[in-house]
Design a protein. Structure first.
Length: 406
């Protein structure tokens, strides 16, 4: 740990060490100041307030969108809301606790977290809940664990650590492109085997953002972006090259009349919901499409119910909150002197931003239905817990970077 934290101070012979009242903790044969473990200073209040606002609105809309489906399938209107509320409360506690811990301790956790995440991504391929061809959730008694949610943070941490250690080499094609892409390919390959194309794309986008902000040669980056665009065009024109479920969804997106097994049912009813909302919406709780027309409205298509009940104005204000979270996060990153911390913040807020954009594009039929959740809104215990943990990490970095209380 002493490799990553500030080393103990040396004092002249005969001089008494002064720690200004701070407690000293012994660890691994060295002495760590209490301030090496806990972060002092005020956290960034605007970022915290925006996070709580999104979480609160998300819980309200989750209940409004889910109670008909929950009553029909679980016999309890509060089924999804009550479970999400428990994870949300636990997540807020975790967020506040993590915000007080020195984020530099995460450097010690990089290798163990990488090993655990890879192990979970392998386990879920052979031990998972039975949900068609999807292999995304590990059953753990009454709850399930989704390793891909953990993988998103692990990718951020691993790449932030790698880039911060190799900052002067990032212009080199090997260190700036090949090695980071090899790290990304490992995660993306395992997640793709889960039949989780949307998360595969999301993880790649997160990694690419950290590489770009970390100093990778923009010319090589532009070349890679061009190759990626060409691959996307080829895949869209030849969807059979993908796994069946992904290829069918692309065909259903291109051909509005292609509807084997009801592949366009959810998307079409999502568009009906958005159109029904108009400018001001039908009012909170008054959606008609959530009554078993939009299947599983508590998950990927919850934003369609938001648009129907709150209208263009309400949905627009929610998007403003997401934009404010992203902008405030970038401001925190820019004020952080430590490259490792700055890249973590950029990775986390980029994850939220990209995931939000993809979800809305799916709901509005702008891109094929990829099954991607809306942060703070969609049902998922592992997802909300990991998301609030990440918000805690950002708040910890904001304390360390001496953010001013507002």
């Amino acid at each position: 740990m002493s490799d990553y934290l500030e080393p103990p101070r040396r004092y002249e012979r005969g001089a008494a060490p002064q720690n200004n009242g701070a407690k000293v903790v012994k660890h691994a044969g060295s002495k760590l100041n209490k301030n090496d473990i806990f972060t002092l200073g005020g956290m960034d209040i605007p970022f915290f307030a925006i996070t709580i606002a999104l979480l609160t609105v998300g819980l309200i809309m989750l209940f409004s969108a889910s109670y008909p489906y929950a009553l029909q399938n679980e016999g309890n209107s509060y089924y999804y809301f009550s479970r999400q509320l428990i994870f949300a409360i636990a997540g807020v506690v975790v967020m506040l606790a993590v915000s007080k811990i020195n984020y530099k301790l995460l450097k010690v956790a990089v290798k163990p977290l990488l090993a655990v995440t890879i192990l979970l991504l392998l386990v879920v391929l052979v031990y998972h809940t039975h949900n068609g061809d999807f292999k995304r959730w590990i059953p753990l008694g009454p709850i399930t664990l989704q390793p891909s949610d953990i993988a998103k943070f692990t990718v951020i941490l691993v790449l932030a650590d790698y880039v911060s250690k190799n900052a002067k080499k990032m212009k080199n094609p090997i260190h700036g492109i090949v090695i980071p892409l090899a790290i990304l390919a490992t995660f993306c390959g395992l997640i793709y085997l889960e039949h989780h194309l949307s998360c595969t794309i999301l993880v790649f986008c997160i990694g690419a953002t950290i590489m770009f902000c970390g100093g990778s040669d923009w010319r090589l980056f532009a070349l890679g972006a061009g190759i990626m665009a060409a691959v996307i065009v080829v895949v869209v024109l030849n969807p059979e090259v993908l796994m069946n479920y992904a290829g069918d969804r692309i065909r259903a997106w291109l051909d509005k009349g292609f509807d084997p097994k009801g592949l366009r049912w959810q998307t079409n009813n999502s568009l009906y919901a958005i159109g029904s909302g108009g400018m001001f919406g039908t009012g909170l709780g008054n959606s008609k499409q959530k009554y078993l027309y939009v299947s599983e409205p508590q998950n990927d298509f919850i934003f369609a119910i938001v648009c129907e009940e709150l209208g263009f104005i309400g949905a627009g204000l929610i998007l403003v909150l997401f934009a404010m979270l992203f902008i405030r996060g970038i401001q925190i990153a820019m004020r952080t002197n430590d490259k490792f911390g700055a890249l973590i913040v950029i990775g986390i807020v980029s994850q939220v931003a990209v995931q939000t954009i993809f979800n809305i594009m799916v709901v509005t039929d702008t891109i094929p239905n990829t099954g991607i959740a809306l942060p703070f809104f969609s049902y998922g215990g592992t997802a909300i817990l990991m998301l609030l943990f990440e918000m805690g990490v950002v708040l910890s970095i904001s304390r360390k970077s001496n953010q001013t209380k507002v």
